[in-house]
Design a protein. Sequence first.
Length: 409
Amino acid sequence: MSDTKIKKQEEPWQGGVAKNITFIVTKDCQLACKYCYLVGKNEKERMSWETAKAAIDYVLDREEEFPQESVVWDFIGGEPFLEIDLIDRICDYIKTELYRRDHHWFDSYRFSFSTNGINYDSEKVQRFINKNLSHLSIGITIDGTRRKHDLNRIWKGSGPERGSYDDVVRNIPLWLEQFPGGGTKVTISSADIPYIKESVLHLYGLGIHEVNINVVFEDVWKEGDDRLFEDQLMELADAIIDGGWYESCSCSFFSENIGKPLDPELENQNWCGAGMMLAVDAAGNFYPCTRFAAYSLRSKKPLIIGNVRDGIDQDKLRPFLTLDRLTQSPQKCIDCEVASGCAWCQGENYDAADTDTIYQRSTAICLMHKARVRANNYYWNKLFRKLELEGKKEEYEKNKPEANASLTC
C-alpha cells in the first residue's frame, strides 16, 4: 500500500473547549444494560418544556458568565430520542434565541446525542436530523459482535433476556450515510473482556472507522482480568497492524501519549470536566455533571449546585473549579511511572469515596490501565517496525497530529 496515512481519531469539535450544557430529558430507556451507571432509570421523570425553557433563558441571559466561544447542547437520558418532540422544540427555541439576542454562540453551537440507536430511523427523529444536520453530532452505541452486544445491552422488562443487536445494527448504514465519520463508544466490563478483539474488528467491518472504547470506572474487576485484557489488546494490535486496519481506522485503546511519568507541576490539571460543564434535570436542578444526579449514584446523595429558579450557587460550584490531580490522587498515582492517560470519573470518585468528598480518587482501574500501557508498547513498537521496513516511518512522523485521543469516560 502506498501513501500510507495512519488513521487517527478526530479532534474534538472546537478543540474540546466549548461549554457543555446537558439536558437530562428523560430517565427512561428501552434497554436495561447490565453495566449502565444510571442505577435510577425510570419512566416518570421527564423534563417539561417549562423547565427546559427556564434553563435556556438562565444561560442566555448571562452571556458574560458563559464566555466560551462555542457551546455544545447535549441531550441524554435514559434514551434521549424518546423525547424527540421536546428536543425538537428546545433546539428550535435555542436557534431562535441565539439569533434574536445576537448571541456570540450564534452559528457556533452543536447539538450532541449519544443514542442506543433503536428508534434512529423513526420519522420524527429523521425529520429532526434533516433539519439540524449541519449542527449535529450523534453517536450510536453498539458494543461489537452480536455476542458481545447482547451480553449486556438487553431490552428491559420481565421474561427471558432479549438482546438489542439486531434492533441497532439495522440503523448503522443510515447513520453512517448521514455521519460518515461517526464513531461509536464501546464499554468494557469484566464479562466483556474475551470479546474485545472480535468486536472492534466487527465494528470496522460495519464501516465504523472510529471506535472509542473504555473500561468502566466502577470496581467490577476480578483477579486476572488485567492479564486477559492485555492479551486481548495484543491480539487486537496484531489484527489491526497485520490486516492494515491502521490505515483507515482508529481505536482509542491505542495512543502514543499514555504510559509515561507525569510532572505534577506541569501536568496537574483535572482529568474530568465536572464543574466546567453544566447539567439540568427534570426538576430544574443544576449539577456540575450528570454523574452527580441522583439516578447516577449508588450510595451518595445528589450533589446539586443550584436550579433554574435561583441560579448557580457559586459556593457549591467552587470546589469543582479547584480540582486537580494532586488534590485528589493518592501518592502511588502521583509517583506512578505510567501515570499518563490513566483516567478517572469525578462522579465515580464521589460515589466510591469513604465520605461525601470529591477529593478522593477511585483507583479501581489501576491494573487495567497498566495492562493497556503494556499492550500499547507492543502495538507501537510493532507498527513502527513495520513502517520502518516499508520506508514509511518518516511520512508518519511528518503527518501525525500533536496528540492522540486516550481513554475517556
